[in-house]
Design a protein around this ligand. Structure first.
Ligand code: GLY
Length: 397
């Protein structure tokens, strides 16, 4: 019979959320093990961390009705520069954090009108933005199409190289004393008398723990053994992505560029990421001709110079979508079973705040005020509280 081993905190999922929480716990001297069913790196695809574009963009994506989520995004954004710096110092790996900002472009009068509505709404939230005419946008990014009519410039919407961040986190987590078990699939979460007891894994071992954190992205709801009342309502939302190679000596763009249903993210290594579709296809992660065609067409309309660029990678990712597009953070009705999932389009951006808040919850037993609106209980039918609807005290701006 397999011998049970004691592990005070187990984290299921070695993506950016799981490893960030693990890093914070290990730094605090807490014994912690992260279980990753794959290997931290490219083999994790289609998991969202490796698949994503690394945009740290709370401002340009702020939408009506999401004011409370916006507060969390903004708070996490404010922690990113220090998070990145600390990660670089701990790991020796450059995270590719870039602060040139983001341009959202309009190609015709309709798009310009819509963009101006967006600009007005976001300015009312107090967001620092600049409305610029097409020629000014082209001065800043000379390869933009000549029919770009107008643009919003958002200086504070930054980016990071999510893949480098993940590798850096792995290094920092291990250096801080954390244990990482790769190629380890959880076959059952063990719960007894409403208290989590640990997990069973594919090797047949039982790992005992008083605290288990579910940070398994799009796969979080399907982990065997989660009692129904503790299961997070998370589903996969597919995104197809393309990387092309920009000329080494002359990158086509420096800013992150958004157009209608497309974004372009330049990396320092010369790659230009083009993303992403948003598709409800369950766990199907196939690339499709239609998806890739639509992305390339929209990208080409904004940046015709990509015409000759070599395509260097195509991939899909599965975002962990929740019912209200906000993350699910904190306790469950099962003692010791904690959720850190459902980050949907904002997993990279929300990593610092998720890590700090979940580590604090585990170390002190107190749920930090910042994440209280994002608990699982908001989906309970008897609880009318919603995170996305802003009450009067939530209004910003
Ligand atoms: N955050 C960008 C995306 O989900 O495609």
């Amino acid at each position: 019979m397999a011998v049970a081993q004691q592990h005070p905190v187990l984290i299921i999922g070695g993506g950016i959320i799981g490893l960030s929480i693990g890093w914070r716990l290990a730094q605090a001297g807490q014994a912690v093990t992260v279980l990753e069913r794959s290997e931290v790196g490219p083999a994790m695809l289609p998991a969202a961390t490796w698949a994503s574009a690394g945009m740290l963009a709370p401002y340009i994506e702020a939408e009506p009705g999401e004011e409370r989520l916006f507060s969390l995004l903004r708070e996490s954004h404010a922690r990113w520069a220090d998070f990145s710096q600390e990660l670089m110092e701990s790991s020796g790996i450059d995270t590719g954090y870039r602060t040139e900002g983001t341009l959202v472009v309009a190609l015709d009068r309709d798009q310009a009108e819509r963009l101006h509505h967006q600009y007005t709404f976001q300015r009312r939230l107090g967001i620092e933005l600049e409305w610029i005419a097409g020629p000014v946008a082209r001065q800043r990014e000379p390869h933009l199409a000549c029919n770009v009519l107008a643009a919003i410039y958002s200086p504070l919407d930054h980016q990071v190289d999510n893949r480098k961040v993940l590798i850096a986190l792995r290094t920092a987590f291990l250096a801080a004393g954390g244990i990482l078990r790769e190629r380890t699939t959880v076959t059952e979460i063990l719960v007894d008398r409403n208290q989590v007891r640990g997990v069973k894994i594919t090797s047949g071992e039982t790992l005992l723990a008083q605290t288990v954190v579910i940070a398994a992205g799009a796969w979080s709801a399907g982990l065997p053994g989660i009692p129904r009342e503790a299961r997070p309502p998370v589903r996969p939302v597919k995104g197809q992505m393309i990387a092309i190679a920009m000329p080494e000596d002359a990158p086509l763009v420096r800013h992150v560029i958004w157009g209608r249903d497309v974004y372009l993210v330049p990396r320092r290594d010369g790659r230009l990421l083009i993303g992403a579709t948003v598709e409800e296809r369950g766990f199907d992660s196939h690339l499709t001709a239609g998806g890739i065609y639509a992305l390339l067409r929209r990208a080409w309309e904004i940046l015709p110079s990509i015409d000759e660029a070599p395509v260097v990678e195509l991939w899909t990712g599965l975002r962990p979508g929740s019912r209200d597009d906000a993350p699910i953070l904190g306790r469950t009705p099962v003692e010791g079973l904690i959720l850190a999932t459902g980050h949907y389009r904002n997993g990279i951006l929300l990593a610092p705040i998720t890590a700090d808040a979940i580590a604090e919850l585990i170390l002190t037993g107190e749920t930090p005020a910042l994440i209280r609106p994002f608990g699982l209980e908001r989906f309970h039918p008897t609880n009318p509280r919603q995170v996305s609807g802003a009450s009067s005290e939530d209004q910003l701006g």
